[in-house]
Write a protein that binds this ligand. Structure first.
Ligand SMILES: Nc1ncnc2c1ncn2[C@@H]1O[C@H](COP(=O)(O)OP(=O)(O)OP(=O)(O)O)[C@@H](O)[C@H]1O
Length: 916
């Protein structure tokens, strides 16, 4: 369902907006209630006061800040009589949030005589200026008492609604508390500041702690996953979700650092220095500056840590996939190529500069790779180059290997300067536009100009025939050729040997970080999104679907199995339609023909089909896509998430359940489905290089297939068991990747994401929802591009309420919280429950004898619970397991005593006495 209150800047363009109105009959933009006279209450400045001051500031002492906040949260559960009286008064006065275009404002419901207002209307008085308004009932949401303003867990809010959740997040964010629990999930708002919340001292605060006892922090997610791994011996995954620039990679690094530092490693082979080195290299080769994030990841990666019996890290690997290779030669205007090029151009010393022919740099480049102009940027890039070289040294990459990399990167630079002619010769073959630069490239690569020229422009793979029937004649204008170098770098055995040990491993913990949602319009760019951006959005959305599946679908199924009834009818159960529009396969995949049929299939398949159809163009491809998934003109086909753009090659896709409409420009997309022999030729050319350091690096790599992923740190331990164990977790992934090699580039995207999801699905998944506070390019300072719904002089840190709202809706976090609160998230099978807790009822053991055989586990658990005198309403006896009512903590309450008996089902602790 497209929400009825939807806000700029994420709504579709005006034209699309009009079409949506035709389809859905209602505007998507929130109109300020007619009764609200200008000036609109721009920001909730006069909200409920901030809770009592928190001791400690994040700069001075993050530990003190976290402890104080946690203590305050705990204390707020134990209320004095005065506080209780104040809260009663609050409830009596009916405080509400008025939801409006610019945010939400606190108000009080004014009591009116029955029938004095039109139906569906309610009278309210705005808190900050006393204005009286008549507004729609649907535009108000109940507000929580001030003691809930900085609740550590959104699940504990008395009234769970969007405004209250946003208020809580804002209040915490304003107090430098950017982490908040959302039931079993974690929400992190990017603080856009120096990460002082992360240090060894803070790590130690979380070490060994149970989640229930610790303040929300990304370290507590790591700790809880680690604890789960140790107690259940089940593989765990931590998946980071969010928009580009929301902080996924930063959090991913903190997670790894925490785990490695807290768990330790077998033989102390993993040091913080090594991890830092790995990330320095990944960042150099895989990140670049985009309109959303000045240091955005342009590849997905999965960190896998394998733990041994003692709970130490025995081996580790990083698997990369979907590297945006095309960025080397082609990318949106105002975005940059991969960082490493700038580092090298600024940081190479004079002898390397001479060797790379960098003493005189070109003014033009077909690839747009030009040196930075600002001295401060150059200086920073130069420092980064030094850091990169040091990181390579830490990971055992020899000087010669490093040199090989600089030579290839240098050659890519010169190829950009060489460019290609627009028109071909008599044989239709194109050639270099400026031979002198091509000559330099050939020299650096250790081959002749002729060899280089023919491997790029001759459309026949060197030494191999390509006969796949789905592929047409390649024509990428010689652009994709050089991108293979990047791929090879990322794939190269850069880090091999750096992090391995020979110990046995028991369970694995995966951390998944992929590029965040991209939407040029959020960054106020007037361009359609690219195919690469579509791939990143698709990957994010698949991970979001996994969250949906884990949170809703599986839980609902479990409740059904256990005969538990829940009143959750209003929770949407549909998975994302925008995913289907991208990847839905034909049911006849095995006997596929390329004929155009009526059977619906997603964009990735259509690209492949239209690329080889006579007369196939991006427009014919989109026509077919609309015929399968679009709404017919004027006809309400329901919640279509696909719309036509203003031009034939433009289309809009409503990602994240229609909360993030992205306009894509499909021009040139069919070339992605076409085979590019130059990519394979490049690998062969490098392998045959006259320069030993280059050929050595690529030996055995010219396999003839362009693979989008590579294990850059195949760092498993060498023992059989370790290998078997570590491999089992990644088996699906490897199988997926093997299948990938046989498919076209478009299908590879889907298969790789399938493999990733399958791998994660086998584990217990922990989700971290990263939120972007403002729509500005993060990481580089500058003025916010959009300030929406927040006044800059507010005492809280500025936060774009509209953007936050859209992210919350897209994530479905509120629905997840509802199911969590109403449901029974903590559960245990009867036999396990009895095994753990029968120590609490020794008289039963005595009665039945120590070794008695239980024939009816359910009855035995019932007897145990009865003998403990526990409140029936706090737990549910299912068909195979006992579940604790969620509320806030998974405990089962004791009936009569002044204490609640806490049977923490998810913890390894047997029981705790908890004061009421
Ligand atoms: N927890 C944090 N503390 C301090 N600064 C942060 C934090 N998280 C993110 N940042 C800042 O925001 C910038 C963007 O974060 P990051 O690159 O991790 O986002 P991302 O979600 O991985 O983006 P993308 O999807 O584009 O790769 C970082 O360079 C850093 O400056």
């Amino acid at each position: 369902m497209i929400p009825d209150r939807f806000e700029a800047p994420l709504s579709p363009t005006e034209e699309a907006q009009r079409r949506l109105m035709r389809i859905f009959g209602a505007p998507l933009t929130v109109s300020v209630p007619a009764s609200v006279q200008a000036p609109v209450p721009a920001a909730p400045q006069n909200q409920s006061p901030l809770p009592g001051p928190i001791q400690g500031s994040v700069e001075e002492d993050p530990v003190a800040l976290l402890q104080a906040s946690h203590a305050a949260a705990q204390q707020s559960q134990v209320k004095t009589e005065e506080q209780i009286a104040a809260e009663q008064a609050w409830y009596g006065s009916e405080k509400v949030w008025l939801v409006h275009k610019d945010g939400f404002s606190l108000a009080t419901v004014v009591k009116t005589e029955a029938g004095s207002l039109p139906e569906g209307k309610v009278k309210i008085k705005l808190e900050h200026d006393g204005t009286l308004l008549e507004v729609d009932e649907d535009d108000i949401e109940k507000a929580n008492p001030p003691s809930y303003n900085r609740s550590e867990d959104l699940a504990s809010l008395l009234y769970l609604n969007e405004s209250s959740v946003m208020n809580c997040l804002r209040q915490r964010y304003g107090g430098n508390l950017n982490h908040t629990y959302a039931g079993p999930n974690m929400v992190v708002i990017n603080p856009l500041s120096t990460p002082s919340m992360y240090s060894e001292k803070v790590m130690h605060m979380f070490k060994g702690c149970r989640r229930e006892d610790s303040a929300p922090h990304v370290y507590s997610v790591a700790q809880s996953a680690y604890r789960n791994l140790l107690t259940t011996r089940q593989d765990q995954s931590i998946v980071l979700l969010g928009k580009s620039g929301s902080g996924k990679t930063t959090n991913c690094q903190h997670l790894v650092q925490y785990l490695v530092s807290i768990a330790g490693s077998t033989g102390k082979i993993f040091s913080a220095e090594k991890w830092q080195a790995v990330y320095t290299i990944l960042e150099a080769f895989g990140n670049s500056s985009t309109s959303m994030n000045t240091n955005a990841s342009r590849f997905s990666h999965v960190v896998s840590l394998d733990f041994d019996q003692a709970g130490q890290v025995a081996s580790a690997s990083i698997q990369t996939m979907l590297l945006e290779k095309l960025r080397v030669s082609k990318r949106p205007e105002a975005e940059s190529t991969f960082n490493v090029f700038y580092y090298m151009m600024a940081g190479a010393d004079s002898s390397l500069r001479t060797e790379l022919h960098f003493n005189h740099l070109a003014q033009n480049s077909a690839f747009g790779i030009l040196p930075q102009s600002k001295p401060e940027d150059k200086q920073r890039a130069s420092q980064q180059f030094t850091k990169l070289q040091a990181a390579m040294k830490v990971l055992g990459i020899s000087g010669e290997e490093q040199k090989a990399l600089w030579l290839i990167l240098g050659a890519v630079y010169h190829l950009g300067a060489a460019g290609a002619t627009k028109d071909g010769d008599e044989a239709g073959r194109r050639q270099f536009a400026r031979h002198e630069w091509a000559q330099k490239a050939a020299y650096l690569l250790g081959c002749t100009l002729e060899e280089l020229s023919s491997s790029i422009f001759k459309h026949q793979a060197k030494g191999m025939q390509h006969s796949t029937s789905f592929r047409g004649k390649a024509d990428d204008g010689g652009q994709g050729d050089n991108s293979v170098c990047e791929d090879q770098f990322i794939e190269a055995h850069l880090y091999r040997g750096a992090l391995k040990s020979s110990q046995h491993s028991l369970c694995s913990l995966l951390i998944v970080d992929t590029p965040g949602f991209q939407n040029p319009r959020i960054a106020q760019q007037q361009r359609g999104a690219t195919f690469e951006e579509l791939c990143h959005n698709y990957t994010q959305e698949r991970l979001q679907t996994l969250f949906h599946e884990r949170t809703f679908v599986q839980e609902m199924e479990r409740y059904k199995e256990e005969n538990i009834e829940l009143a959750l009818d209003d929770i949407e159960s549909s998975t994302s339609l925008s995913v289907a529009a991208i990847d839905q396969a034909s049911t006849q995949a095995l006997v596929r023909t390329l004929a155009r049929t009526d059977e619906a299939r997603g964009l990735l398949w259509l690209m492949e089909e239209e690329a080889v159809q006579p007369g196939g163009t991006e427009e014919t491809m989109l026509e077919r896509l609309f015929s399968y998934y679009g709404s017919a003109q004027g006809e309400n086909k329901g919640a279509s998430l696909l719309l036509r753009g203003e031009k034939p090659h433009l289309f809009l896709l409503g990602h994240s359940h229609g909360t993030d409409w992205v306009e894509y420009n499909a021009q040139g997309w069919l070339s992605h489905a076409k085979h590019n022999p130059a990519a394979q030729n490049a690998a062969a050319l490098l392998q045959d290089s006259q320069k030993k350091n280059i050929s050595g690096l690529f030996m055995g790599r010219a396999s003839g297939a362009t693979v989008l992923s590579g294990s850059i740190a195949g760092l498993e331990g060498s023992s059989q068991l370790a290998l078997r164990r570590a491999t089992s977790m990644r088996k699906t992934f490897t199988t997926g990747v093997a299948a990938v090699k046989k498919k076209s580039l478009c299908i590879q995207v889907k298969l790789q994401v399938d493999a990733l999801i399958d791998m994660v699905r086998r584990s217990r998944v922990h989700f971290v929802h990263c939120l972007l506070p403002r729509a500005e390019a993060v990481g580089g300072g500058g003025e916010p591009r959009v300030t929406h719904g927040e006044s800059p002089d507010s005492d809280l840190m500025t936060l774009d309420v509209g953007l936050l709202r859209a992210q919350l809706r897209g994530s479905k976090l509120l629905d997840a919280l509802r199911i969590y609160r109403q449901g029974y998230p903590d559960h245990m099978v009867f036999s396990e429950f009895r095994r753990r807790f029968d120590v609490l009822a020794p008289h039963l053991t005595k009665k039945h004898g120590r070794h008695y055989i239980v024939t009816d586990e359910k009855r035995a658990v019932e007897e145990l619970l009865e003998s403990l005198d526990l409140e029936k309403s706090s737990h549910h006896m299912g068909l195979s397991r006992v579940s604790a009512v969620a509320s806030h903590t998974p405990f089962i309450r004791h009936k009569r005593t002044k204490h609640s008996l806490t049977l923490l089902l998810s913890s390894d602790l047997l029981y705790t006495l908890y004061p009421l």
